[in-house]
Design a protein around this ligand. Structure first.
Ligand code: 8YV
Length: 313
């Protein structure tokens, strides 16, 4: 397979790069000075593209690569891949489900605890020496809070299981009610938000879920409510979120993702009721290695004409 051209547009993971280099002819686009010219010159050699949460395969890239057969995404979310175009052109698409579910769900719970118990603020309090000068503030109890989850797929379910261990009643919203689920279902996000303490975004980003967190939802969640986003930045109307937090109309937020990563609205930097993470939901050595192995497994399966391990298209 050494002659098969695989395009990686941006750096993602050094283990993945190494494993790809062992097996394929890997083009690391970010190392090339004139990207457009390089793509033109090598277009006929590229048979696979590696995507992730910030770089996928849009219509322009797909059109520029006439020999493209597969887009293997180093992510479960495939919102950066033009799926319609891939289907039309017979280009296969794979992602990395399951292997990252636990890490992302763990992180969602971590964010809930961090926001409610003010873990980051408390850490800063100790490091700055302020503890010696005064007492700490009381925080908010997590156990027993009502957790509302948008999207009860693999990750949403894993969050529910973990939150139940904290005696949190679970409710959810998804496109339709799930027959085999005991949690309370709300047909709209506004109703879910109005009836929970902590609202978690755990659904895929699609045209229907873009800005699923808007002003109405934020107002329904209210000044004691907390928003946790481990999905995608564009799920949230970010300027509405920022103004609600600044004006105290929302109780707090734990964010792992943003509209325009790695840009984060600076207005949030001074707010102690907000915990900001740099999109690290799946960022453990164990999980990123498993994700990389899945990308490699899918590519090998494809080029050996075997069934794909985790096909999307
Ligand atoms: C990663 C993710 O951030 O799986 C996803 O959808 O957002 C993440 O696991 C990313 O794709 C790693 O480069």
């Amino acid at each position: 397979m050494e002659s098969i051209g695989v395009l990686m547009p941006i750096p993602m993971n050094s283990y993945l790069e190494g494993e790809l280099e062992k097996r394929f002819n890997l083009f690391k686009l970010w190392t090339v000075p004139h990207k457009a010219q390089f793509l033109k010159e090598n277009a006929d050699s590229v048979r696979a593209v590696i995507g992730n949460s910030s770089s996928g395969a849009d219509a322009d890239l797909i059109d520029a690569l006439p020999k493209l057969e597969i887009v293997a995404s180093f992510s479960v979310g495939i919102d950066k891949v033009d799926l319609k175009k891939c289907k039309e052109k017979g280009i296969r698409v794979t992602n990395t489900p399951d292997v990252l579910t636990e890490d992302v769900a763990d992180l969602a719970i971590g964010l809930m605890l961090a926001v409610l118990r003010r873990l980051c603020e408390s850490d800063r309090f100790v490091r700055s020496g302020k503890w010696k000068m005064g007492d700490y503030k009381l925080t908010t109890k997590f156990t027993g809070k009502t957790v509302g989850i948008i999207g009860l797929g693999r990750i949403g379910q894993a969050i529910a299981t973990r939150a139940e261990a904290f005696n949190c009643p679970i409710s959810y919203h998804s496109r339709s009610q799930k027959a085999d689920v005991k949690h309370k279902y709300y047909p709209t996000v506004v109703e879910l938000a109005a009836n929970c303490d902590i609202l978690v975004v755990a659904c895929p980003l699609t045209e229907e879920t873009r800005h699923i967190i808007n002003r109405e939802v934020i107002d329904a969640l209210g000044p004691k409510g907390v928003l946790i986003n481990i999905g995608r930045g564009p799920h949230v109307d970010e300027s509405e979120l920022v103004s609600a937090l600044v004006e105290g109309r929302l109780g707090g937020a734990g964010l792992d993702v943003y509209q325009n990563e790695p840009e984060v609205p600076e207005e949030l930097f001074g707010l102690e009721n907000v915990v900001l993470l740099p999109h690290v939901g799946s960022a453990t050595v164990e999980t990123r290695t498993a994700m990389a192995d899945l990308v490699i497994g899918n590519l090998e399966a494809h080029f050996l004409k075997k069934p794909l391990l985790t096909p999307v298209v």
